[in-house]
Design a protein around this ligand. Structure first.
Ligand code: SF4
Length: 358
């Protein structure tokens, strides 16, 4: 059934001409990005994981910082998880960093420390999905594997006029199958990167620049004048709003931070104490801090509000400054001078609170 769909979609599509036009354009217009200066599979892997759901502008400094800290794959393997999370600070989606670190250890354990150039083996490493597998295999090892992300699905849904809902897993698989029939054996790296680059620079989500498009003559959506209506996406689930008070609590020049649980959202990262305001009032939260953590605090003033958007929830945070009046020893809390914050990985939302500490 899949092959029939593929044959049908690619019927009367001039694959060779499409490949050549895309490859020529990519060669001419590709951006000079730091990870494009190397075919080291470690660097390619890092960059591809960072680029998922994150803008190129944000990835560039973070990538450079990361490979400066962990220049070789072996250095990444030898690092503590907290060091890796610290280096990932600012990129969000921290489970990607944890999975990458875990997968790197798997490579040492199962493949003598050499990143496998076998799509099956590489695809079984923790956190490596079909996109990362295809991107690393094609860019680092020159294997003709498809690398289908949201950019590529957008471009191909327009070029091939595929009017199915790209949010469905079944449709994504179909795109992978079709893309496999498009990737040239002699330069899969440039072809896959060319598709992504076209999606980033020309065939953008809104107002694609069809006049400058190198594959315009192949584009079925352009021919039909429906490029702005594709791709078809399912309705996004509404994000749930959660209200928190975040407390910047000072005690002799040090501030209280706690580590988040070992699993779940922002696992193992450090944060200022947070009170869930949907569950208790601020005053009750203060009492709860005393009974749960053994710290008596006074709230001095509200200093700011901030909103942090995750894929499924939105945190609406009100930031308060306060003082610790009494404390007992509790291993979940640490009292840290601001000069030492650099030693702890914080989520982006809490990094934004640090400037409110005088
Ligand atoms: Fe995208 Fe327009 Fe090019 Fe078609 S012609 S691939 S819609 S930019």
């Amino acid at each position: 059934m899949r092959c029939l769909v593929k044959q049908h979609i690619l019927q009367s599509f001039d694959i060779l001409s499409f490949q050549n036009k895309l490859l020529d354009w990519y060669e001419d217009k590709k951006r000079d990005l730091p990870w494009r200066q190397s075919s080291n599979p470690y660097y390619i892997w890092i960059s591809e994981v960072m680029l998922q759901q994150t803008r190129v502008d944000t990835v560039i400094p973070n990538f450079e910082n990361f490979i400066t800290l962990f220049t070789t794959f072996q250095e990444l393997v030898a690092a503590y998880e907290q060091e890796v999370l610290k280096a990932w600070e600012g990129l969000g989606y921290y489970s990607r960093a944890r999975n990458l670190h875990h997968a790197a250890k798997e490579v040492v354990h199962s493949f003598n420390g050499v990143i496998p150039n076998d799509p099956e083996q590489f695809g079984q490493l923790k956190g490596v999905g079909p996109y990362t597998r295809g991107a690393v295999m094609s860019i680092a090892f020159g294997l003709p594997e498809p690398a289908v992300d949201a950019n590529v699905m957008r471009v191909l849904s327009r070029v091939l006029r595929m009017e199915e809902n790209i949010s469905e897993h079944r449709v994504k698989k179909e795109f992978e199958n079709i893309t496999r029939g498009l990737v040239p054996a002699d330069d899969p790296s440039s072809f896959n990167q060319g598709l992504m680059e076209l999606g980033a620079l020309i065939c953008t989500p809104k107002e694609p620049m069809c006049m400058f498009c190198p594959v315009q003559s192949h584009c079925r959506a352009y021919e039909a004048g429906i490029q702005n209506e594709l791709p078809i996406k399912g309705k996004k689930k509404k994000q749930r709003h959660i209200a928190y008070a975040a407390l910047l609590l000072e005690y002799n020049g040090e501030y209280v931070i706690e580590q988040r649980p070992k699993s779940g959202l922002l696992a193992n990262l450090w944060q200022f104490p947070m009170i869930p305001l949907d569950e208790m009032a601020l005053e009750d939260g203060v009492t709860w801090l005393s009974s749960e953590y053994g710290i008596d605090v006074s709230i001095d003033k509200k200093v700011a509000t901030l909103k942090h958007v995750f894929s499924h929830i939105i945190w609406n945070i009100t930031i308060y400054k306060g003082t610790v009046i009494r404390k007992e020893t509790d291993q979940r809390l640490e009292f840290v001078h601001p000069d030492a914050f650099d030693l702890y990985p914080f989520p982006v939302s809490h990094l934004k609170m640090i400037p409110y500490i005088d």
